[in-house]
Design a binder for this molecule. Structure first.
Ligand SMILES: Nc1ncnc2c1ncn2[C@@H]1O[C@H](COP(=O)(O)OP(=O)(O)O)[C@@H](O)[C@H]1O
Ligand SMILES: [Mg+2]
Length: 323
């Protein structure tokens, strides 16, 4: 038996995107200030911020269309300025507004972009058919682009950025202006692409759009990062209010008075058949709620945390911050 070779240490996996103190100014206006962001491979990453927050600026830098004023950005370990050509082959960038050639047929359009990426003509037909299948537009391959619905045109835009099989997709508000059905179709395509192993960064100013789609997110405001991590964590970290619902077997008013008398309670509201208790200290221990009631002989039927929607958290943290 050959002697066992020591295992070669695996190089640490490079993140899909890493920015270091990334900044961009327009004149004397800072559109992006010292952004430090990591997006892991395989993430479906929500890039969230209200209008003017700096989303498009960041995505354009990652897509090599705009140079940083200072700091740096890397895509799969490649610097977006020094190694721009390499980066362009690794990414598919879908801008917030892109022109479509209304008089072109769907297949012609994709074939044209395939040629731009120097995909040999012998392979292009299959590549075009594959990306159309992926975005659910196979049946429209002979249609004129101008005759497609807005949702279909957006999915065609997505097909276009998939033509060279990029590893990272940068999608700038791809669902904006779509009706709910078209939005759901777009989201389903993105989930499929994530299952295929692509890393996807999708920007939006509509948080609820991304809440159930993305595994991780960041929130930026006026060019500054205010949160980065799991979507669920954003609620925990940014919520400055914590409330609990409690249902009792007995008169609500008595239970209400018991809880309102406690210093840990900021306020108590009566719902139809339960009480909503807001804590004075969001980090405080809520177990005093059932304890207080049980000690007073009140039976607690249900006790649970009030899940503050991410949308609500977002609205609160970004309140008045838009430019
Ligand atoms: N070419 C430009 N010249 C001057 N200011 C710009 C330019 N592009 C963007 N800005 C400003 O930079 C800030 C960030 O814009 P942008 O990145 O487009 O934000 P978002 O995509 O989040 O709406 C905004 O205040 C915007 O007005
Ligand atoms: Mg934008």
């Amino acid at each position: 038996m050959p002697p066992e070779l020591p295992a070669t240490p695996k190089p640490p996996e490079l993140p899909a995107v890493r920015t270091t103190d990334l900044s961009r100014v327009y004149g004397d206006m800072a559109a992006l200030s010292s952004l430090n962001l990591t997006v892991n491979r395989g993430d479906l990453f929500g890039f969230i911020g209200s209008n003017g927050a700096g989303k498009t600026t960041t995505l354009r830098i990652l897509a090599t269309f705009l140079t940083p004023s200072s700091g740096r950005a890397e895509v799969l370990g490649h610097d977006v300025v020094r190694d721009a050509d390499r980066v362009r082959h690794l990414i598919g960038y879908m801008p917030d507004f892109f022109g479509v050639y209304k008089d072109m047929e769907v297949t012609e359009y994709l074939d044209f972009f395939g040629a731009c990426y120097k995909i040999p003509s012998s392979q292009r037909e299959k590549t075009v058919a594959d990306v159309l299948e992926l975005v659910g537009l196979s049946e429209k391959k002979g249609a004129l682009i101008g005759a497609l619905s807005r949702g279909m045109q957006q999915r065609l835009g997505l097909a276009r950025v998939l033509i060279h099989d990029p590893q990272l997709l940068l999608l700038d508000e791809p669902a904006s202006g779509l009706d709910p059905r078209a939005r759901i179709e777009m989201m389903a395509v993105l989930q499929e692409l994530q299952r295929m192993g692509k890393t996807i960064i999708i920007s939006s100013h509509i948080l609820s759009e991304l809440q159930s789609l993305c595994n991780r997110c960041c929130i930026i405001e006026r060019g500054k990062l205010i949160y980065s991590g799991p979507i669920k964590g954003a609620q925990m970290q940014l919520a400055d209010v914590r409330a609990f619902w409690v249902k009792v077997n007995g008169p609500l008013a008595a239970a209400r008075d018991l809880l309102a008398a406690r210093p840990e309670t900021a306020s108590v509201e009566s719902g139809e058949d339960r009480l909503k208790v807001v804590l004075t200290d969001p980090a405080g221990d809520p177990s005093y709620i059932p304890e207080t009631l049980v000690n007073a002989g009140v039976r607690v039927m249900e006790f649970r945390e009030d899940e503050i929607g991410l949308e609500e958290v977002f609205l609160r943290v970004t309140k008045g911050e838009t430019q």
